[in-house]
Write a protein that binds this ligand. Structure first.
Ligand code: SF4
Ligand code: SF4
Length: 375
């Protein structure tokens, strides 16, 4: 490892792309991987050993829905045995009390539960899963009864944004120690559904006011994380803490990615843990080297005093909006394409919301039987 390259802090393991829900903002790729290509239990155990050897401290078990893997408790137990802090990122609809107890027994450290809304009908509409909210509430109670720390997260969009305060209050009522309210990030399924998800700027301002008021009101009770929407921003976020700086993502079949949307960038080749050691992939894979550091940056960024603050923002967003993954992120007000990004947002938000294209194995437009309550 070169002297100025640190080991990653955390790895997100997409154990599977299988999921009973169909959220239209899912960060999984449009071409979902099938069960037969997934890494085996033995392969995941070896990958975790390589993670620990590399110096990684945290493992996030994600998906899809990681709990559809019957070996989840075995993977958690191994993470615990080798000293990795483990976080389960789940939709909460497939786990019952015995399996939660089994995960706790295996040494699971933390649970992160996603919700779609507080309103049951809209939650079902967003997830395309009738009765989803009742299952999530029951799951959250079982997690707390098992004595596990809980984080609640929600993806804000035009259908739920007016209830941001109620979602935070729900997280408090469920005993969560942290709640994350994150505006949708537009790549993967979310960019396909951009017009169906995009809120207006006044709605974003209103949500931000509610979050700030809740932070005051609930100080000392719950930590509130808030992720602003890039399309209405003036400076980009340090996507993934900078490309290839702090995090890596491993897909169900073992490809190692600098971020979960990196496969949208044409011409990139990703190494697999099936064929190369993880340490070698982290230090010298061409995909990690491509946008690591600042040398790859366009002049506008390379000469900017923010270049080691935001690391140039999001490559996938630059590709999606500018058509060039190496361009300045259009979320930056200095980008010549910044106005294009803002116009896309204003245009999408000013129209009636179209039907969702739900996340599914075979992408196919589908009208929902459930009516949206707000738009
Ligand atoms: S975002 Fe929704 S569809 Fe995607 S993995 Fe999570 S719960 Fe499943
Ligand atoms: S010019 Fe580049 S480095 Fe500077 S703020 Fe904009 S995106 Fe960040």
């Amino acid at each position: 490892m070169s002297a100025d390259l640190s080991p990653p802090l955390a790895a997100l393991l997409e154990l599977t792309h299988r999921c009973p829900l169909q959220c239209p903002y899912c960060s999984n790729p449009l071409e979902l991987e099938r069960a037969k290509g997934e890494l085996s239990t033995a392969e995941w155990l070896r990958v975790m050993d390589e993670m620990a050897d590399l110096g990684i401290l945290q493992v996030h078990f994600s998906g899809g829905e990681p709990a559809v893997r019957r070996d989840l408790a075995d993977l958690v137990a191994h993470a615990h045995k080798i000293g990795l802090y483990s976080n389960l990122i789940t939709s909460g609809v497939t786990l019952d009390q015995p399996r939660i107890a089994q995960l706790k027994e295996a040494g699971l450290d933390h649970v992160q539960l996603s919700i779609q809304d507080v309103d049951h009908q809209t939650a079902a509409f967003i997830a395309n899963y009738p009765g989803v909210q009742g299952k999530k509430l029951a799951f959250a109670r079982m997690v707390k009864e098992a004595g596990l720390p809980l984080t609640i997260n929600a993806v804000l969009n035009r259908h739920n944004i007016t209830r941001v305060e109620r979602m935070i209050d729900l997280a408090v009522a469920l005993g969560a120690g942290r709640v994350e309210m994150a505006h949708a990030q537009y790549y993967g399924w979310a960019i396909k559904n951009r017009a169906a998800l995009m809120p207006t700027l006044p709605q974003v301002h209103e949500a931000t006011r509610h979050v700030e008021a809740a932070r005051e009101r609930l100080r000392g009770q719950i930590v509130i994380d808030y992720v602003l929407p890039d399309y209405y921003a003036r400076q980009p976020k340090a996507c993934m803490g900078g490309w290839g700086r702090q995090f890596l993502n491993i897909t169900p079949s073992g490809e190692v990615l600098p971020c979960h949307a990196a496969q949208t960038i044409p011409g990139m080749m990703f190494d697999s843990v099936r064929h190369k050691p993880l340490a070698e992939i982290w230090t010298s894979s061409p995909a990690f080297e491509r946008f690591r550091g600042t040398d790859w940056m366009p002049d506008l960024c390379r000469t900017c005093d923010q270049k080691e603050v935001d690391w140039g923002g999001c490559r996938c967003q630059a590709l999606a909006v500018v058509g060039d993954a190496a361009a300045t992120d259009p979320a930056c007000a200095l980008s010549p394409k910044h106005a294009v990004l803002r116009a896309l947002a204003d245009d999408a938000a000013s129209q009636p919301a179209p039907d969702f294209v739900y996340r599914r194995m075979t992408p196919q437009d589908k009208k929902t039987a459930l009516a949206a309550t707000t738009s």
